[in-house]
Ligand binder design. Structure first.
Ligand code: HEC
Length: 247
């Protein structure tokens, strides 16, 4: 039975914290935003014929610094970033435009990642599940902008890779390809080519993209230089002074 949408609720909330309408059905929570103790994830699948299926998975949060457990099994203790992939037994899923009502607003730290799994059987099918995989996004052309490209400070870019892993890869992925329909690809993005756009979105945020004004000018210039010159991007460097001037 084709799936219309999957709603994810946390701890008996009446508003879904996420609504997924297309693969990959992946949910990640930063459990550090949850109190230690028992929590409940409720996954409600709505089928196109109006039927629905509810699966509840209790889990325990124990946020011990430095410990990061991934995946979700019933009653398991988790801390740090919690990745949940909903695997569904539905070969007929048709990608549709999705609705993510206030996703980032609801949980600032929520991210959607590739991850370990929550086995999710749609219609009681337990063995014949099908893992839906994100389609690789079309590779955009590199350097798709006209003007001269600013020089790239390689040391700054190397530092930027660390800033990226720590702050950005959770959403945009280490590959820079993001998650289609959820987190935009930075690889091949015209907006990433646009220096002013990158500076602005990092300082101010936009929609589901948090602001990173708490990072130093140097860290921001580093990560901006990294995303503008990694993967297939060759968009030139950004300097700490440019961030300083824009604050
Ligand atoms: C919580 C998830 C999340 C994190 C963490 C995150 N972003 Fe984003 N980012 C988004 C979303 C969602 C958008 C789309 C915003 C919009 O246009 O409404 C976005 C957009 C962008 C864009 C514009 C891309 C385009 O093509 O329009 C850039 C550049 C960007 N992010 C860079 C970064 C960098 C660099 C970091 C780390 C310092 C970062 N992001 C961290 C979610 C995130």
């Amino acid at each position: 039975m084709p799936i219309e949408r999957i709603e994810v609720y946390l701890d008996g909330g009446t508003e879904p914290v996420q609504v997924l309408t297309q693969p990959p059905f992946k949910v990640t929570y930063d459990t550090r935003s949850l109190s230690d103790g028992e929590h409940l994830l409720r996954v409600v699948t709505h089928y196109t014929n109006g039927a629905k299926d509810v699966k509840e998975v209790p889990f325990k949060v124990a946020n011990t610094p430095g410990v990061l457990l991934q995946g979700l099994e019933e009653g398991k203790e988790v801390s740090g970033i919690l990745d949940v992939t909903l695997r569904v037994a539905d070969p007929d899923i048709k990608p549709t435009r999705e609705r993510f009502p206030g996703l980032a607003a609801a949980i600032a730290t929520a991210a959607i990642l590739g991850g370990v799994w929550l086995f999710f059987a749609a219609t009681g099918v337990t063995n014949k599940t099908l893992e839906e995989v994100a389609k690789p996004p079309a590779v955009a052309e590199a350097g798709a902008h006209g003007g001269p490209v600013a020089a790239v400070d390689e040391a700054l870019k190397a530092k930027g890779e660390q800033v990226y892993s720590a702050n950005c890869a959770g959403c945009h992925q280490a590959t820079g390809k993001g998650l289609p329909g959820v987190f935009p690809a930075l690889d091949g993005s015209k907006n990433v080519a646009d220096k002013a756009y990158v500076i602005n979105i990092l300082l101010k945020g936009k929609g589901g993209m948090p602001a990173f004004a708490q990072l130093s000018d140097e860290e921001l210039a580093a990560v901006a230089t990294y995303i503008k010159n990694s993967w297939s991007n060759k968009f030139g460097g950004v300097t700490p002074d440019e961030f300083k001037a824009a604050r």
